[in-house]
Design a protein around this ligand. Structure first.
Ligand SMILES: [Zn+2]
Length: 105
């Protein structure tokens, strides 16, 4: 077996062939659309394992360390992918729960 895999495996399939089921309702690698007070957002859970670089979370202005599972979101309209942002999972939830009228933006 070559150490380099020619084909991408599913997100929960490990090199030893076992499939790891995610715990809870959030499934990594699957996009979902969430409605927020400022529109609809596509949200993707990412493991962070393959990114190899740090991002800055717009919610708390702190770095998202490489390898830390987090979410990527962007506006759910054409071209919205250009606005992709990486968020800590908790910060994204806090943003979504902030609700209309209480936003500081
Ligand atoms: Zn954050």
């Amino acid at each position: 077996m070559s150490p380099r895999r020619a084909r991408r495996r599913g997100p929960f399939e490990r090199p030893d062939g076992r499939v790891v089921r995610p715990v809870g309702p959030q499934v990594a690698g699957v996009d979902r659309v969430e409605s927020a007070h400022d529109g609809e957002w596509v949200v993707r859970n990412v493991s962070g394992a393959a990114q190899g670089k740090a991002y800055r979370c717009p919610g708390c202005e702190q770095e998202i360390r490489p390898g830390l599972p987090h979410v990527v979101s962007w506006p759910a309209w054409p071209g919205g992918e250009d606005e992709r942002r990486h968020w800590h999972t908790a910060c994204w939830r806090n943003r979504a729960n902030r609700g209309p009228g209480r936003s500081r933006y």
